[in-house]
Design a protein around this ligand. Structure first.
Ligand code: FES
Ligand SMILES: [Fe+2]
Length: 391
């Protein structure tokens, strides 16, 4: 059977984008930050995502809570900026309602005028939080999907030695806007066949050892750092300077591994650092790539050089990928294109398309459904996310 990609309308339709927001994104785990980004009591990190504002905060007992960043009085946003500290509690900037780090409503000015209000009913609305290997994830709606740990369970042999829980932020947050649908970025990330064609530097870095496979729920791409006569200047220098990662087994010391978690997260795991890339959907044709690098404490000069050279290699790869995804997004809008065949070697693209078909059967329609059909579906899913099964 010839496999087919998703139809092109799923990459351009604003209505379909809203449907994905409800079905794929509000019900999936989203990475906010690492425990070491919020080391102190009251430290918080915010995540604006698809019109929803969420934050996670370190509690007095060392745990992490996650809440909607929305006051229960008149819905004002409570916290601003990417991160900060609210050790003394959260005070709404509008009418000064106060909440503690557990989200309980602790103070209401002029409370005599709200005599009948039961304060215990007006704590901040929580979101589900999972801390996996030091990384903090939130999920807005639980529809029974697997935990992060369950999704990665088969990958732990390659992940555990990298000691994710000990990673420290390198202090760089990169936000890269792209004028493409989020699926272009995600598809391209797991597209195995373009590496030898479009990334000469990366290809020679791996000297042709690039491979892909699926473990449980996770897509995996990898390559070994083997000497190549065609290495770029940065690639050659990276291989030369990369010091021995004493904490890693031989098989991982000179291996780059990419893990893609459905739907929009990737961990780039290198011997010198680990970063996550989150493809934040903005609209049908806009995506923000949010990338934050982390590393184990290691101040050796050659390690610092390796990290810099890694960044240089990847900057080139990013520029090449940006050109590619723009080309594809343009093509998706063409009246000449509906969908295209996927080869048996494009296993991760086939799996991505199949997962989407399972969650959103409407994508089986090659011809774009009517606006009313899509609006009807959105309404149903919105209602489910907001009010639950009962409505
Ligand atoms: S909206 Fe927050 S106190 Fe009124
Ligand atoms: Fe690429």
């Amino acid at each position: 059977m010839l496999h087919q990609s998703l139809p092109s309308w799923t990459y351009t339709s604003e209505e379909y984008f809203c449907l994905e927001a409800e079905v794929l994104f509000k019900r999936s785990w989203q990475l906010v930050c690492h425990l070491n980004d919020i080391p102190d009591v009251g430290d918080y990190f915010t995540l604006p995502f698809l019109g929803q504002n969420i934050f996670v905060i370190k509690t007095k007992d060392g745990g992490v809570n996650g809440f909607h960043n929305v006051c229960r009085h008149r819905a004002a946003r409570l916290l601003d900026g990417d991160q900060g500290n609210a050790k003394a509690g959260l005070v709404c900037p509008y009418h000064a309602w106060c909440y503690n780090l557990d989200g309980a409503l602790t103070g209401v000015p002029r409370s005599h005028s709200l005599k009948d209000m039961d304060r215990s009913q007006y704590g901040l609305k929580p979101v589900e939080v999972e801390v996996w290997q030091g990384f903090i994830f939130i999920r807005m709606v639980n529809d029974g999907g697997p935990s992060v740990a369950e999704q990665f369970v088969e990958c732990m042999r390659d992940i555990a030695p990298h000691q994710f829980e000990n990673l420290q932020p390198l202090g760089r947050v990169t936000m890269r806007p792209r004028d493409v649908n989020w699926k272009q970025v995600a598809d391209n990330y797991v597209d195995a066949l373009h590496i030898p064609v479009a990334h000469p530097g990366l290809n020679s870095l791996f000297n042709g050892t690039y491979g892909v496979h699926i473990k449980g729920d996770v897509h995996i791409m990898y390559g070994d750092l083997e000497t190549s006569v065609r290495d770029s200047v940065s690639g050659r220098a990276y291989k030369k300077f990369l010091p021995d990662g004493g904490h890693l087994p031989e098989s991982l010391k000179r291996k780059w591994i990419y893990f893609r978690m459905w739907p929009n997260l990737a961990f780039d795991v290198y011997p010198d650092q680990v970063d996550f890339m989150q493809f934040i959907p903005i609209s049908a044709t806009q995506t923000m790539i949010r990338e934050i690098p982390y590393a184990l404490m290691d101040d050796r000069r050659e390690m610092r050089a390796a990290r810099y050279l890694n960044w240089r290699v990847n900057r080139q790869v990013n520029a090449e990928d940006t050109d590619l995804i723009n080309r594809v997004q343009d093509g998706m809008a063409s009246i000449s294109y509906d969908q295209g065949p996927l080869s048996d070697e494009e296993t991760l693209l086939i799996d991505s398309a199949n997962r989407t078909r399972q969650q959103l059967p409407i994508v089986n329609e090659v011809v774009k459904p009517s606006r009313d059909t899509l609006l009807g579906l959105i309404e149903k899913e919105e209602r489910y996310n907001k009010y639950g099964k009962s409505v």
